[in-house]
Structure formats: structure tokens, C-alpha cells
Design a binder for this molecule. Structure first.
Ligand SMILES: [Zn+2]
Ligand SMILES: [Zn+2]
Length: 114
């Protein structure tokens, strides 16, 4: 799976995948999900650790300057505040998709029916 086309539209990133799926990602969401060591938190702790970002995010943190392709497997956004160490693998990006189709659980889990 790979993006066929990526467009920066206003405050969103529109990604067209080669399977025809479309993902619209808000830039703020994209930045907050930055997978780099600084943003995601360092260390080898298994599981997610919620800790405050080391640098405060500003309006510029959510402004996209450009997107660099990385080796055919990821993209690297360059942000207006100078941050650009986040490498978003295609699979990770697709996982951020919030559309109805992706939000729906893949398996029919037995969620909370009493
Ligand atoms: Zn980062
Ligand atoms: Zn989706």
C-alpha cells in the first residue's frame, strides 16, 4: 500500500492511496501523531506513554511547509516551526485515517453488550 497522490489542501492533507482509498488528515492531527523520538517520547517502554511534549507546540507547529518522500516507504513533513524529524511510514499514515470505513473495527468484536 502506498499513496498515489498527496495534496496539501488548506489545513488538511489529502492522501489518495493506490487501492483507491482516500484519507483526509488534519495537519494538527498529523503533527500531534508525529512518530519521532522527540514527540513520541524516548525510551524503550512498551506500550504508549502519555507525556507532555518537550517543546510547546505553536501555530507554526501545525503549518506544513512541504513533504519530503522517504525511500518509497514513508513521507517526512517539514513543519513551519522547523520540526522535520518525523518519518511517517505509509502504514502508519493509513492507520491515522478517521473515515467511517477505517473507524469501523475489522472484526465483529463483542463490545459491551450487556
Ligand atoms: Zn516529532
Ligand atoms: Zn479510511
Amino acid at each position: 500500500m502506498a499513496p498515489k497522490d498527496i495534496q496539501h489542501i488548506g489545513e488538511e492533507l489529502a492522501i489518495l492511496w493506490n487501492d483507491g482509498h482516500e484519507t483526509f488528515l488534519r495537519l494538527e492531527e498529523l503533527r500531534r501523531r508525529c512518530p519521532c523520538a522527540v514527540c513520541a517520547g524516548e525510551g524503550d517502554i512498551p506500550g504508549r506513554v502519555h507525556k507532555p511534549a518537550s517543546a510547546p507546540l505553536t501555530a507554526a507547529s501545525f503549518q506544513l511547509v512541504r513533504i519530503e518522500p522517504v525511500g518509497g516507504y514513508a513521507i517526512q513533513p517539514v513543519w513551519a516551526d522547523g520540526h522535520q524529524s518525523g518519518i511517517y511510514a505509509f502504514g502508519y499514515l493509513r492507520g491515522l485515517c478517521r473515515c467511517e470505513q477505517c473507524a469501523r473495527p475489522a472484526n465483529d468484536g463483542s463490545a459491551g453488550a450487556p
